[in-house]
Ligand binder design. Structure first.
Ligand SMILES: Cc1cc2nc3c(=O)[nH]c(=O)nc-3n(C[C@H](O)[C@H](O)[C@H](O)COP(=O)(O)OP(=O)(O)OC[C@H]3O[C@@H](n4cnc5c(N)ncnc54)[C@H](O)[C@@H]3O)c2cc1C
Length: 415
C-alpha cells in the first residue's frame, strides 16, 4: 500500500459532477496542490457523459427547492443550500469554465453545443489548470479519524487529509459507475441512512397485452393512483416496453411510487385525449363511425394512434371481431371505447431496478448535515455533496443542478 507522506487540505471522494465541482471550488480557495480528487473509475465524469442522452440537461432555470421535496425538513435543507449558493453563483461557475448555456421549454438548460463531453472536458481542464491532484482507478473503502484530520484507504493508497468531501453519487446506473459506496462510507462513520430506491425509472406492469405495444410511444396525460386515490399526474410521452411503462411522464411519476406501496396497489391511468371530456370523446367517436362506416374496426383508430395502440384499446374495451366495419359498433361499445381512451389503466407491480434508473432516492440522511455548509454534524471535517445525500429531483436538469450547487458549497465550506 502506498502511503502518501503529505496531508491534503481537502480530499474529494468521487469524480462526478458534484465531486469535480467541489474539488474546483476548494482548489480555487487553497490551491490545487492541496486538493486531491479520488475516482474509482479510470476516467472522470462517466455518468455526466450520459446525461440528457449525451446533450447534458445541465440545470433548470426554475430549480426551486420545492421541486425536490415537500417534506418540511428536506425543503428547509435544500432552501438553505440554495441560499448559500444562489443560481447566480452557478451561472458564474459555468461562465468561469467557459460553458455557455441555452434555455429550452420548461426552463431546461443545456450547454450551447449540447455536448455532455464538452462539459466534462471543461471541468477536467479547470482541474488540471488549478493543479488538483487526481487519482483514478482508486476506490475508497474506508475513512478513519487520524488526529485532527482523516485517513482514506483504498486497496492501493492511504491518503491523509484535513477535510473530506464524500461525493460518490448514488446506486443508479451501475454500468456508469453508480454505487451506494458513499452512503456506506458515511454509514460506517455513524451517519443515518434513509431507504434507497431507484427513481426516474420505468414502472413494471402486468398489463396482459403490453408485449404487443413494445417500443410504441404515446402523448397523453398520465395519472398515478394509489388504492384508487389520486397521487400525481404528468402530461408528456409514455413509452411501452415488453414489461414496463417508460418515458419522461412515467419517470416523473416514479418518484411518487414507494416500494412498500403502503399496502395499496398503484395504477397508472393514461388519458389519450386529455383535451376532451369522456362525453366529448364519445361524441367524437360516434361522428367518426358515421363519417367512415365502412372502416374495419382494426383500422378505426389508426390515424389517431399507432395501429397497435388502437387494436389494444379495442380489446381492452372488450370489443372483438375486429374485421367488422366500425358501423357495427353498438352505442354501448362506443361508450366503452371512449372510456378506455380517457382512462386506459395499467396495474403497477413495482419499479424497474437501479440498472435502469437515472437517480437514487434516499441515501445519507440530511438530518446529520448542516444545510448551510454541508458539513457533518457528527464528524467535524466530513462533508457530503450530490446524490450521496438523500436529495433527488425530477427530470429536467434538477439533479445536476443539485450536484453542482451542493458541490460548490461543500468545496467552499471545507476550506
Ligand atoms: C442515463 C442518465 C441520464 C441522466 N441525465 C440527466 C440530465 O440530463 N440532467 C440531470 O440533471 N440529471 C441527469 N441524470 C442524473 C445525474 O447524472 C446525477 O444526478 C448526477 O450525475 C449526480 O452527480 P454526483 O456527482 O452526485 O454522482 P456521480 O455523477 O454518480 O459521480 C459519483 C462518482 O463517484 C465515484 N465513486 C463512487 N464511489 C466511490 C468510491 N468509494 N471511491 C472513489 N470513487 C467513487 C463514481 O465512480 C462516480 O464517478 C442522469 C442520470 C443517468 C443515469
Amino acid at each position: 500500500m502506498e502511503r502518501q507522506n503529505r496531508t491534503y487540505k481537502a480530499a474529494v471522494i468521487g469524480g462526478g459532477a458534484a465531486g469535480m465541482t467541489a474539488a474546483i471550488s476548494a482548489a480555487r480557495a487553497v490551491g490545487g496542490e492541496n486538493v486531491v480528487l479520488i475516482e474509482k473509475n479510470e476516467k472522470l465524469g462517466r455518468k455526466l457523459l450520459a446525461t440528457g442522452n449525451g446533450r447534458c440537461n445541465i440545470s433548470n432555470s426554475s430549480a426551486d427547492p420545492s421541486e425536490y421535496s415537500h417534506d418540511f425538513h428536506k425543503l428547509r435543507f435544500v432552501k438553505s443550500v440554495f441560499s448559500a449558493v444562489p443560481p447566480d453563483c452557478l451561472t458564474e461557475f459555468f461562465d468561469s469554465l467557459g460553458i455557455v448555456l441555452k434555455e429550452e421549454k420548461g426552463g431546461l438548460l443545456y450547454p450551447l453545443g449540447e455536448q455532455a463531453a464538452a462539459v466534462n472536458d471543461m471541468l477536467k481542464l479547470e482541474l488540471a489548470r488549478l493543479g488538483v491532484v487526481v487519482l483514478l482507478g482508486t476506490k475508497i473503502t474506508k475513512i478513519s479519524q487520524n488526529g485532527e484530520g482523516w485517513e482514506l484507504f483504498s486497496h492501493t493508497h492511504s491518503i491523509l487529509s484535513d477535510k473530506v468531501i464524500v461525493a460518490c453519487g448514488g446506486a443508479a446506473a451501475p454500468s456508469l459507475g453508480g454505487t451506494d459506496s458513499g452512503v456506506q462510507l458515511l454509514s460506517e462513520l455513524g451517519h443515518a441512512v434513509t431507504p434507497m430506491s431507484p427513481s426516474l425509472v420505468q414502472l413494471c406492469t402486468d398489463f396482459p397485452n403490453i408485449k404487443s405495444l413494445g417500443g410504441v410511444r404515446v402523448k397523453c396525460k398520465a395519472a398515478l393512483l394509489c388504492g384508487g386515490a389520486f397521487v400525481a399526474e404528468e402530461i408528456g410521452e409514455v413509452q411501452f416496453t415488453d414489461r414496463t411503462l417508460s418515458g419522461i411522464a412515467v419517470f416523473q411519476l416514479s418518484r411518487f411510487v414507494r416500494e412498500e406501496g403502503e399496502g395499496k396497489p398503484y395504477r397508472i391511468s393514461l388519458n389519450l385525449m386529455p383535451e376532451r371530456s369522456d362525453f366529448a370523446v364519445f361524441q367524437f367517436l360516434t361522428k367518426r363511425v358515421r363519417t367512415i362506416p365502412h372502416m374495419p374496426l382494426e383500422d378505426f383508430l389508426s390515424p389517431l394512434f399507432k395501429k397497435s395502440v388502437g387494436v389494444c384499446l379495442l380489446r381492452y374495451s372488450k370489443i372483438e371481431k375486429l374485421d367488422r366495419p366500425c358501423s357495427a359498433l353498438s352505442e354501448e361499445e362506443i361508450k366503452r371505447l371512449a372510456a378506455s381512451i380517457s382512462d386506459w389503466s395499467f396495474n403497477i407491480t413495482g419499479k424497474a431496478d437501479f440498472k435502469n434508473a437515472q437517480v437514487m432516492s434516499g441515501g445519507a440522511s440530511i438530518e446529520n448535515f448542516s444545510g448551510s455548509t454541508l458539513e457533518s454534524k457528527l464528524c467535524r471535517g466530513i462533508f457530503a455533496a450530490g446524490e450521496t445525500l438523500d436529495i433527488d429531483g425530477p427530470c429536467g436538469g434538477y439533479n445536476l443542478h443539485w450536484a453542482w450547487t451542493s458541490g460548490l458549497l461543500a468545496g467552499k465550506s471545507a476550506v
